[in-house]
Design a protein around this ligand. Structure first.
Ligand code: CTP
Ligand code: MN
Ligand code: MN
Ligand code: MN
Length: 423
């Protein structure tokens, strides 16, 4: 194994975008420790510690791609992304089973509060810091004091904290994807609909559902998004969301799209929001059925601007009384057989839902819908498939090695663009 290890390190690809990264790898004990250091650096001060966080990210990216479990730090010789700090941490874990630096962070109150608060939809490190300074310790504290929030994301993130922090299963993502595809096809025949994000990378669960839409004929995608949203709304699938117009301009297409902590910013027309997903493991006791029948229909939440900034309790009450999702029979068929298959492997959630008095048969789920014209579709596909680190590295590679600018919109020759502007 020694020889094999040596060989693989000497031929180890330098760039993350050249490596195969498996979901399951040999060094998860090391990478989860290093990811704590990375996250801590990101949370402490996004600007100051960004390069520190990036160094940790690079190190764990390398460890994930190694074809063997690291047993001695000598095995890491020649790997440029494993710095001295990381080597020390690895040594501690190999020698003592854990790293005290990592353990201290994991135990620290500040880190845990920051992690908790930033796990709320709409809450970034700076909001989380303000909340900690206010003395808030729990999501309940924020729910009591943080609303109404001026940011609709935070109000809704708090209202559906529990739902939104329950991982979305591939099964749910696929079902929702099929519904979107079905509706989009009715609006725009020939439409290309792709499930992107972590699910396209083979993950079995994720924090949201990312769907990219395009059409083989350039420009045909115009006007699709509002119609699609109306169709999904009619099905009772939309809770709330925010539409962004395309801000793409071909004359600035070479412009640098900043990579922020939240992701790469691009200029596509898109919708970021929260949808209602039918619970994959729906279990309603017969004696509770009458409560569902008694639920009264009010206007859909998504059309109600007043809901943008009211308190969480009101949001929940309104949404709890939305009509049940009516799936078309064909889609129901699509949904049920898979459900039955999955049943043996998945635990049935019998825990009463504390969010509402009446049992709900749906969960609030984060959804991103992105519209790309055909000429930019494949770049959008790469960008929105991720991972973040893969994109960051591929873009750096394009810039450093090829002298080209890669974004989610295209691959640009900066020299030519510059010359064009001079002439
Ligand atoms: N992305 C992007 N522009 C944004 C947001 C995200 O290009 N404004 C990219 C991200 O870099 C990522 C992909 O789109 O590669 C999906 O983003 P996200 O849903 O945040 O992450 P996932 O990798 O899908 O992880 P998860 O399963 O937790 O959703
Ligand atoms: Mn030691
Ligand atoms: Mn995602
Ligand atoms: Mn997303």
């Amino acid at each position: 194994q020694n020889k094999a290890a040596k060989n693989s390190v000497s031929s180890f690809p330098e760039w993350a975008c050249q490596r195969k990264a498996k979901l399951k790898h040999f060094n998860s004990k090391l990478t989860s420790a290093i990811e704590v250091l990375q996250e801590y650096a990101e949370l402490r001060d996004a600007r100051q510690d960004y390069s520190r966080a990036l160094a940790f990210r690079r190190a764990s990216s390398v460890l994930k791609a190694l074809p063997f479990p690291v047993q001695r730090t000598e095995q890491l010789k020649g790997l440029k992304d494993i710095g001295e700090h990381v080597k020390g941490v690895i040594e501690d874990i190999l020698d003592h089973g854990s790293s005290s630096e990592v353990e201290n962070i994991v135990k620290s109150e500040w880190y845990n509060k920051m992690k908790l608060f930033t796990s709320i939809f709409g809450v970034g490190p700076s909001t989380a810091k303000t909340w900690i300074e206010c003395g808030w310790k729990s999501v309940e504290d924020a729910q009591k004091n943080g609303c109404p929030s001026s940011d609709w994301r935070i109000s809704w993130g708090l209202a559906f904290f529990k739902d939104l922090n329950t991982p979305v299963q591939l099964q749910e993502a696929e079902t929702f994807f099929q519904i979107v595809k079905h509706e989009a096809e009715l609006i725009l025949p020939g439409v290309i609909v792709t499930l992107v994000g972590g699910f396209r990378r083979g993950k079995a669960q994720g924090h949201d559902v990312d769907i990219l839409l395009s059409h083989p004929s350039e420009g045909a995608e115009a006007g699709l998004l509002p119609k699609l949203l109306a169709a999904l709304g009619k099905r009772g699938l939309i809770l709330i969301g925010h539409k962004e117009k395309s801000s793409f301009r071909s004359d600035v297409l070479y412009k640098d799209f900043k990579i922020s902590a939240r992701g790469q910013l691009d200029h596509f027309e898109k919708w970021l929001g929260i949808c209602k997903f039918k619970k994959p493991n729906l279990f309603i006791k017969p004696q509770d059925l009458h409560q569902l029948e008694g639920a009264t229909n009010t206007e859909p939440c998504s059309r109600n601007d007043e809901l943008l900034s009211i308190d969480t309790e009101k949001i929940r009450q309104k949404c709890d009384h939305l009509p049940n999702i009516s799936f078309e029979e064909s889609l129901d068929d699509l949904y049920e057989p898979k459900l039955k298959k999955a049943k043996g492997s998945e635990p049935i959630d019998e825990e009463p839902n504390r969010l509402s008095a009446a049992p709900r048969d749906w969960l609030a789920r984060r959804v991103d819908l992105i519209i790309a014209p055909q000429s930019q579709y494949y770049y959008a596909l790469v960008g929105w498939t991720g991972s973040k680190h893969f994109n960051r590295d591929a873009r750096l590679y394009a810039q450093k090695k090829l002298g080209l600018k890669l974004t989610s919109h295209g691959l640009f020759d900066l020299e030519k663009v510059r010359l064009k502007h001079l002439s």
